[in-house]
Write a protein that binds this ligand. Structure first.
Ligand code: IVH
Length: 683
């Protein structure tokens, strides 16, 4: 595979290759053939050595033979069921009444709107990850799941269990990196999980997060002979706490307990209100609240219908949707060259806002929806997200246009358009360049396309807070041919600006002052304002912290790939977006260098200290509080963890150390006393 070893000497590189091959061989024997030739401890030693030499080595992400995501079906050992749904208060009180004989204590969690995933751990190692699929059978997506940062490849409990949860994308990441390639974070999460390789044009699984809501233990007669026995908890809340302990991130939970049906129902309803208010601030999309009886034995007694368990209920936010008529589709070229369809619809109120324009995202979405001009369409608006068309209901009737008003109260006077399929453009609506299809997108490749230019200039001015330069002025400057690239802004003279229609002297001076104020900026500000496709402000700052100077930015080459992908949150796709973005603008970069003073950014320091790269766990009674030892360890660059696992480098053990010490000894983890630990702190 095309993995590049960076910065290793020959001997180390050779050792890495040998280790990777041995791990591949023994994983195959263990996981696929169930005929291990070496002990677990020996296997762990190989694994840990490879990890210490190259913590990013792809073999550490693989389990057994690598299966391309989405190509193999997986029979779920425990079916993945649906949930009974409720949208109004009566249904909640009905649920409480139906379960009340079995207790009035419920676990409440947000209902995360992503893609369900089942993680199968054997002997504490992730051996398989599968999508929900039909509930009985899903798809093997192990390789992508292993890229999700908070999915551990090992638990600190070395047994057999299935962990279920939802894979979601952080809304901020979605808005920054993907808003123009996918209609919503849920589709993107599902697509990123199932894509066959990370360059398939979907999202990168490393931008996803996993939130668990359930764990099921493999019965003792089926478990691996060396695995500990299945755990038994009395309550779900204990299972959730246990998940947290072994390294899994559960969905946040609260316990609601009432003394009678009324106050229990009220407790659940209050929780739905709390989430209704909190929904907009949630970092992920949520579509409701899930209530589950906490007591696990009582869940057994209630059982399930063919479709869902009787002990759980999903309360869903009321839908914010309405129907209207699709009047026309306009195509607009954006800053990155993507040509997006904008739907013009008859005015419709969705969650209190009058909507007349909605996005159709991309040509792929237009085709997927199969909409025609003149169709009756369903529009939804969730949270603060732009309203979108989710479905066509076929040709509209004239009556569908009755009683419609614009936002200003004026009656809508438009007529029903003749039914016609949408016209997909072949050339850029702005500059006429032939469009190419890039995944689900039509793209204009002309970097000086006027639409791209106007939008990237506006983006530049907004990023640099030049409020005096708005959309109208940018259009005027472009139309007059005064600016053909962003650097041209800095070649403008007061006379040229004054020469524009309806431009007063005061405004012209203000424009010039604002431009002058941005002739000097730091590299991170520059990269943010440039707005290269796929590179939002956060990534721009991260890149600037590594690249530091404008000269180094201009000279980026394939040789820099290694240090770029070493930046947290940067993969190959993003690194290439930067390198290609800069390479395609080489002339513009030269102009910037001449016209502006782009100042150096200090290099983002790697953590430093004698303990960098080592993990520590602290146990037993020591001469000072454990917290203090933890702080000092961190200050010296070490990582402090709460559980002992085969991955741990050192256990710092004091007097009366119990199970942790026992486990560390069993796993061959090095044990330090306080004096040995102090010695390690010396530089
Ligand atoms: S509990 C027996 N908890 O909702 C079912 N599900 O409509 C156990 N979901 O397929 C599911 N957040 O993917 C549960 N906090 C949460 C959830 C959650 C999202 C999804 C889940 C399930 C679907 C059912």
């Amino acid at each position: 595979m095309g993995w590049i070893e960076f910065g290793h000497d020959d001997a180390t590189a050779a050792r890495i290759a040998v280790l990777a091959e041995q791990i591949a061989h023994h994983s195959h024997l263990y996981y696929n053939l169930a005929t291990p030739e070496i002990s677990d401890a020996e296997f762990d030693a190989l694994w840990d050595e490879l990890k210490s030499l190259d913590s990013e080595h792809p073999q550490l992400r693989r389990v057994g033979a690598p299966i391309p995501p989405g190509s193999v079906k997986v029979e779920h050992r425990f079916p993945m069921r649906s949930l009974g749904k409720a949208t109004d208060d009566e249904e909640v009180s009905h649920f409480v009444a139906e379960t009340t004989a079995h207790g009035r204590r419920f676990v409440a969690q947000p209902k995360l709107d992503g893609s369900a995933l089942s993680l199968e751990y054997r002997r504490g190692r992730l051996v398989r990850a599968a999508t929900r699929g039909s509930g009985e059978r899903g798809e093997d997506v192990t390789l992508n799941a292993l890229r999700i940062p908070n999915i551990p490849d090992r638990l600190s409990w070395e047994g057999d269990c299935h962990v279920r949860g939802e894979v979601v994308m952080h809304l901020e990441v979605f808005r920054e990196k993907y808003a123009d390639i996918a209609p919503n974070p849920r589709n993107l999460a599902a697509g990123s999980l199932r894509q066959k390789n990370i360059d398939a044009g979907k999202g990168d699984a490393s931008d996803l997060a996993f939130h668990a809501y359930d764990v099921l233990f493999v019965p003792d007669d089926e478990k691996h002979p060396d695995s500990p026995e299945a755990l038994q908890f009395e309550n779900d809340s204990e299972a959730i706490a246990w998940l947290r302990d072994v390294g899994i991130t559960p969905a946040e939970e609260v316990i609601i307990e009432g003394s009678n049906d009324e106050d229990t129902t009220q407790g659940l309803l209050d929780e739905t209100k709390r989430w209704t208010a909190g929904r907009e601030n949630a970092p992920w999309e949520i579509d409701g609240v899930v209530f589950k009886l906490d007591n696990l034995a009582k869940r057994e007694l209630l059982g399930q219908t063919a479709h869902h368990p009787r002990w759980a209920l999903a309360w869903k936010f009321p839908p914010e949707e309405a129907t209207t008529v699709l009047l026309d589709i306009d195509w607009q070229t954006g800053r990155t060259g993507a040509v997006t369809p904008v739907a013009r619809v008859a005015p419709v109120v969705v969650s209190g806002v009058t909507v007349e324009n909605t996005t159709l995202h991309n040509v792929g979405e237009v085709e997927r929806l199969g909409v025609s001009i003149g169709d009756k369409v369903r529009v939804v608006r969730r949270g603060d997200v732009i309203p979108k068309i989710i479905e066509t209901m076929g040709p509209a009737q004239a009556s569908d246009l009755e009683g419609r008003f614009h936002a200003d109260g004026e009656q809508f006077a438009g007529a029903l358009p003749t039914s016609a399929p949408p016209q997909i453009p072949t050339d850029c609506p702005e500059c006429g360049t032939e469009l190419s299809l890039d995944g689900a997108f039509l793209r204009c490749s002309n970097l000086s396309c006027s639409a791209r230019l106007a939008r990237s200039i506006l983006y530049w001015c907004r990023a640099l807070e030049m409020d005096g330069i708005g959309e109208k002025l940018v259009d005027q400057l472009c139309d007059a041919g005064l600016i053909k690239t962003i650097p041209d802004l800095y070649r403008l003279s007061t006379e040229q600006v004054l020469g524009l229609e309806r431009m007063a002297e005061k405004s012209a001076n203000n424009v010039m002052t604002q431009l002058d104020a941005t002739r000097e900026m730091s590299l991170d500000t520059f990269l943010s304002a440039l707005g290269l496709p796929g590179i939002g402000p956060e990534l721009a700052t991260a890149f600037a912290g590594e690249i530091c100077t404008m000269d180094a930015l201009i000279c980026l080459s394939d040789d820099d790939l290694g240090r770029l992908i070493a930046i947290e949150g940067v993969g190959e796709t993003v690194a290439y977006s930067l390198m290609d973005g800069i390479a395609n603008r080489s002339e513009m970069m030269g102009d910037f260098n001449q016209l502006l003073n782009i100042t150096e950014v200090a290099k983002t320091e790697d953590p430093s200290g004698p303990l960098v790269g080592f993990s520590f766990c602290i146990t037993g009674t020591l001469t000072r509080p454990r917290k203090e030892i933890a702080l000092q360890t961190k200050a010296a660059g070490g990582k402090v963890v709460s559980a002992v696992s085969g991955k741990l480098d050192y256990l710092i053990a004091g007097e009366n150390a119990g199970s942790k010490l026992e486990k560390a000894t069993r796993l061959g983890v090095k044990v330090l006393n306080e004096i040995e630990w102090e010695a390690m702190l010396q530089p």
